[in-house]
Design a protein around this ligand. Structure first.
Ligand SMILES: NC(=O)c1ccc[n+]([C@@H]2O[C@H](COP(=O)([O-])OP(=O)(O)OC[C@H]3O[C@@H](n4cnc5c(N)ncnc54)[C@H](OP(=O)(O)O)[C@@H]3O)[C@@H](O)[C@H]2O)c1
Length: 326
């Protein structure tokens, strides 16, 4: 089968389209014929091997698992003899996490992994992106931030993958939402339901009198110390970008205002499955949609990485995979 292989850390040029062996499902695994897979900001950082501490999980000198990609959607082509939850022909989506290997024509994963049937109102391209921004923002706002109806919530980076989902999730929970983005994305963020938008190229949200129960800095472009004055008493600053948040989390552990981080993909699989099922219900009820930016054929995965490296994607980027009729 065709797959995108990364055998060293570096620029998008390290990504190569190669012919590799098609995987065979173990007894507890399903084999998915991939129709779409995600390329994310996190994938680009993993390709670069930065920040360096990430290599403790990924491989010190080169990636331990060479086929890139974590999010996917497709159709189950075969199942192992012990598989009970899925059957051949099911349309599914999910994420392999540290198993990677989704930027390929086929991928295998355990039936008990992060795997679910495709929401009935979604394309494969949209579903392949759910486990990145949408699931991460769901985990941050609902579990880490404990968002409540009526709270005032600011989403920084409201036009990105996490941000575009976060605006909709905060609205779903009944919050009053302010989205921060650049001029070109103001209308898009408003259309997602934001009550107010701030153009970061014209105004610094920390320099107004407005205060928030939650500031979710989805792109880590601000900092807890910078935002502290904009948090209400007991308010929380959430960010999915670890550095320099780690030290700030330690400093604020006894304070009323807190900085919080979580690595969503490293949460126990049972918790992630629970979160994914909740989120899927919200999507199926038409309460949230995935914002889709560009789509690239598998052969052009390096181009997708180049685009994301620029730091201005709107929502999600996907890879599509064509299969010959058999
Ligand atoms: N901890 C976790 O579990 C976890 C999980 C997934 C991802 N992540 C991390 O989360 C981060 C965000 O991921 P993402 O995919 O949402 O990012 P993204 O989609 O690549 O972010 C791009 C967006 O950021 C906006 N942006 C750029 N500079 C900005 C600024 N100064 N202020 C406000 N917005 C700005 C851009 O808008 P403009 O074009 O308008 O500038 C663009 O729409 C990444 O660092 C990723 O690695 C963490």
């Amino acid at each position: 089968m065709k797959a995108i292989v990364c055998t060293k850390y570096g620029s998008p040029d390290v990504l190569e389209l190669q012919e590799v062996e098609k995987p065979t499902p173990k007894s507890n695994e399903v084999l998915v014929r991939v129709y779409a897979s995600s390329v994310t900001a996190a994938d680009c950082m993993m390709r670069k091997g930065t920040p360096f501490y990430g290599r403790l999980f990924l491989g010190l000198m080169k990636p331990n698992i060479s086929i890139t990609g974590t999010g996917f959607a497709g159709v189950i082509e075969a199942i192992g003899e012990e598989v009970k939850l899925f059957k051949e022909g099911d349309s599914v989506f999910g994420e392999t996490g540290v198993g990677f290997s989704t930027n390929a024509e086929y991928v295998c994963l355990p039936e008990e992994g992060l795997l679910a049937t495709l929401p009935n109102n979604m394309t494969y391209e949209e579903a392949a992106s759910i486990c990145d921004g949408a699931l991460t923002s769901w985990s941050f706002l609902k579990d880490i931030g404990k968002i409540q109806s009526g709270q005032s919530v600011l989403i920084n980076g409201a036009s990105g993958s996490l941000g575009s989902a976060a605006v909709q999730i905060a609205k779903y929970f009944g919050a009053k939402v302010t989205g921060v983005c650049s001029t070109t994305n103001l209308e898009m963020v408003k259309s997602l339901g934001a009550d107010k938008v701030i153009d970061y190229t014209k105004e610094d949200f920390t320099k107004t009198d407005q205060t928030y129960d939650i500031i979710f800095d989805t792109v880590g472009k601000s900092s807890f110390s910078h935002c502290q004055g904009s948090l209400k008493a007991q308010g929380g600053y959430l960010s999915p970008v670890l550095i320099p948040l780690l030290l700030q989390m330690m400093w604020t552990s006894n304070e009323s205002k807190k900085a919080k981080f979580s690595a969503t993909g490293l949460r126990p699989i049972s918790e992630l499955r629970g979160l994914l099922n909740e989120l899927k219900e919200v999507i199926e009820a038409g309460k949230m949609k995935l914002v889709m930016d560009k789509s690239y054929p598998l052969e052009q995965t390096a181009e997708a990485h180049r685009y994301i490296d620029k730091g201005h994607k709107k929502g999600n980027v996907v890879i599509t995979v064509k299969h010959n009729k058999s």
